[in-house]
Every structure is written in structure tokens, then in C-alpha cells.
Design a protein around this ligand. Structure first.
Ligand SMILES: *Cc1c(COP(=O)(O)O)cnc(C)c1O
Length: 422
């Protein structure tokens, strides 16, 4: 068993850490990874993250740095920016945010001041912590108001968005979330933002790869500022970007540096550029559409087995399953599934009567299994394993869970991952 690229020097220098890396690589190869925010990056992306670029400090932007020796970093960052602009069709891109949460804070900093009102999706409805949740800096420093979904449909309630916008006059409206199984209607958000004079920020962290690959409508032309992680469906390294129209370019750049950050992580910038190069290829369009096809097939297979899907299905990579009808909580289900080789997370469902740390649902995504080549034909088998696992969890049948984990491993040996060679 070996991590790819191989890590012989690390193994010799620090076998303890190398051992953990090898164990994690094998774990990622042996499990059906359905965590909706995760993926497998290519070996080229992995290699870029492990380079000497990590040694270099580059505070500032190309041509305006605060340290010398930027002969190669400037063109690197400019290349990443040009690729981001081309893939998403935007005027401006900032590739320096360390991750999605700081990118969102930078977007706020670009347009609002502490105490100003922002309107975002509530956490229980599928919003992200950084959309103004009370425990987040974005909820503590701004006056955050929250919209949700309709109980009957599980879809965003645009009447509520408009009513809240008119009542509270937010300076910023944020569209997007972490548990939205349906297409986001960016034009509808833009219309409401225009009506109240708010800046629309689209947080496409989950769906960036689908947008890049033409499998989800783009917010470009509707949202003035777009934030995204680079490591979810976009399949790059852990990192983030802020895309914007020309009008907000300066404010975005100033918010990232010097507003919030010091030196950019140049090894990450290189890996983002590599991932964007991959995302610009025709194969990536196929990948994005295959993610959606797999999610739809998995949703159909789960529905056929009596699982209850929030909103009744999916348009994207993500499924939110309410387990109430299966008489098990999301957390014990997720723990049993992990033992059975199926990795996902427990998640609140809209209007969840249970507590956030012990909610009613689970969240699934198909980005990672699509990368390793699973197809719609495999989805009924995954649903069958999930059904058996939940039955086994109810009877605390550990042997049944082990048996399923073995079956999962057997299937996956035919679908190797980048990053590990058995
Ligand atoms: C994942 C996510 C983020 C945060 O990204 P981190 O890199 O974990 O900080 C922000 N917004 C949304 C909608 C996300 O899904």
C-alpha cells in the first residue's frame, strides 16, 4: 500500500506521521465517500500542493508585493486568476482566501460594516455558519436575518426572502448553502436584491464544479460577488476564491489583503490553477453531469427503498434524507454507515424537531464516488447497503456491518482513487 505520490522521505524521517497518511489514503480508497463537501483531487493537484512554493512569502498582489523574489509567484498567481476568470466568465478573481469561511468574511468586509444588516439562509434550513449564524463572527458582528425553505416543498421560500428584504433592508443578501439539494434561482435572488438596493453575494462552495461544468446555472450576471471553496465539486485543493464584477474588484482585493489575511498560500494557488486547468477541459463537463446523474440515480434508489428525501429529490450533487420514517436518528445512522464502509454526515433537516447535534437526517453527495468512476448502475447497490445497514443498526448487528464493509471494499477495488495505489 502506498500513498501517491509516494512519500519515502517522510516515511524515513517521521514514520509516525507517514503511517497516519498511509492509513488515511487506504481508508479513502476502501470507503464509499458520500460526504457532500468532499472529493478526490487528481495526483497533479496533490503534487502541486507539496512543492517548494510553500516556502515563499508574497503579501500583496502581482506587481505590488511587500517582499522581494516574486519573479515566479507573480506569474503563477496571474495564471490562476486568468484561469478562474475564464472558467467562470467573470471580470475579476481573487485566489488568495485561505478557505471558504474567510472568503465569506472578506465578501462581507468588501460591502458592509459591523452592525449592518445581512440576509442569509438559516443554518437549520441549509445555510452555512458564515451566512450569519449566531455562533459565527458573521452573526456576532452583523445584524443577520434569515430566510428558509417552504415546509411543503423543501425549497427556498422566495416570498419570505422578499418580505424579509423589504422589512429589514439588508445591505447584503447571500444566496447558497451547505444542504440545498435543488437548483438555486440566482435571478430570483438578484431581483429581490435590486428591489432593496442590496449587493447579492452567491456562495457557490458546494456547486462550483457543477457550474464550471455546465450542470448548474451560473450566478454570473446576477450576483456582484461570488465566493467559493475550491475543494468540493470543483475538485481542487483546500482553498477558496472570490469572483466579482469589475465594480467590486478593488473592495474584494482590499478585504482579502490587507483586510483579513497576510501572505497567500502559494502552493495552494498553484494547485488551484491546476484544478482550474482540469475544470476547463471537456472531460470536466462530463464529470459535472455524471455527478448529477449519480445523485439522481441514488435518490431514486433510496426513494424506492422508502427513504424520505427532503424536497423529494435532487437537481445537483446533494441529497438530504429525513430518517424519521426509518425510526433512526441521523447520528446513529451515520455511525453505523461508517462502520459499514459508507461515509457521510448526520445533518439537520428543515423544521427538524431534534437537536442540531442529534438531528433527524443525513446528507449525501456524489462528487467523490463519481471521480472514482461509479455510475448510476451502482446506485441501487449503495441504497441496498444503506438499507441493510440501518436495519443492522437497529438490531446492533456488528457482524452484518462488517459484512457490508467487506462487500463495499470488494466493489471498490475495481475503482482506484488518485492518491493511493493498493
Ligand atoms: C464549505 C462551505 C463554506 C466554508 O468553507 P470552509 O473551507 O470549510 O471554510 C462556506 N460556505 C458554504 C456554502 C460551504 O458549503
Amino acid at each position: 500500500m502506498t500513498h501517491q505520490p509516494a512519500i519515502p522521505t517522510l516515511t524515513a524521517a517521521d514514520p509516525q506521521i507517514a503511517g497516519i497518511v498511509e492509513d488515511e489514503a487506504r481508508r479513502q480508497a476502501e470507503k464509499i465517500r458520500l460526504i457532500a463537501s468532499e472529493n478526490y483531487v487528481s495526483q497533479a493537484v496533490l503534487e502541486a500542493t507539496g512543492t517548494v512554493l510553500t516556502n515563499k512569502y508574497s503579501e500583496g498582489y502581482a506587481g505590488k508585493r511587500y517582499y522581494e523574489g516574486q519573479q515566479f509567484i507573480d506569474p503563477l498567481e496571474e495564471l490562476a486568476i486568468e484561469r478562474a476568470k475564464a472558467v467562470f466568465g467573470v471580470d475579476h478573481a481573487n485566489v488568495q482566501p485561505y478557505s471558504g469561511s474567510p472568503a465569506n468574511l472578506a465578501a462581507y468586509m468588501a460591502v458592509v460594516k459591523p452592525g449592518d444588516t445581512v440576509l442569509g439562509m438559516g443554518l437549520p434550513a441549509g445555510g452555512h455558519l458564515t451566512h450569519g449564524a449566531s455562533v459565527s463572527a458573521t452573526g456576532k458582528w452583523f445584524n443577520a436575518v434569515h430566510y428558509g425553505v417552504r415546509k411543503e416543498t423543501g425549497r427556498i421560500d422566495f416570498d419570505q426572502v422578499r418580505d424579509l428584504a423589504k422589512e429589514h433592508r439588508p445591505k447584503l443578501i447571500i444566496a447558497g448553502g451547505t444542504a440545498i439539494p435543488r437548483t438555486i434561482d440566482f435571478p430570483a435572488f438578484a431581483e429581490i436584491a435590486r428591489e432593496v438596493g442590496a449587493v447579492l453575494v452567491a456562495d457557490i462552495a458546494h456547486i462550483a464544479g457543477l457550474i464550471a461544468g455546465g450542470a448548474h446555472p451560473s450566478p454570473v450576471g446576477h450576483a456582484q460577488i461570488i465566493t467559493t471553496t475550491t475543494h468540493k465539486t470543483l475538485r481542487g485543493p483546500r482553498g477558496a476564491m472570490i469572483l466579482s464584477d469589475a465594480e467590486h474588484a478593488k473592495a474584494v482585493d482590499k478585504a482579502v489583503f490587507p483586510g483579513l489575511q497576510g501572505g497567500p498560500h502559494n502552493h495552494t494557488t498553484a494547485a488551484i490553477a491546476v484544478a482550474l486547468g482540469e475544470a476547463s477541459k471537456p472531460e470536466f463537463r462530463d464529470y459535472a453531469h455524471a455527478i448529477v446523474a449519480n445523485a439522481k440515480a441514488l435518490g431514486d434508489a433510496l426513494t424506492a427503498r422508502g427513504f424520505d428525501l427532503v424536497s423529494g429529490g435532487t437537481d445537483n450533487h446533494l441529497l438530504l434524507v429525513d430518517l424519521t420514517s426509518k425510526q433512526i436518528g441521523g447520528k446513529p445512522a451515520a455511525k453505523a454507515l461508517d462502520k459499514a464502509g459508507i461515509e457521510l454526515n448526520f445533518n439537520a433537516v428543515p423544521f427538524d424537531p431534534r437537536k442540531p447535534f442529534d438531528p433527524s437526517g443525513i446528507r449525501l453527495g456524489t462528487a467523490a464516488i463519481t471521480t472514482r468512476g461509479l455510475t448510476p448502475e451502482h446506485q441501487p447497490q449503495i441504497a441496498e447497503w444503506m438499507d441493510r445497514t440501518i436495519a443492522a443498526a437497529a438490531s446492533e448487528d456488528e457482524a452484518a456491518l462488517d459484512k457490508i464493509a467487506g462487500e463495499v471494499r470488494d466493489l471498490l477495488t475495481a475503482y482506484p482513487i488518485p492518491g493511493y495505489r493498493a
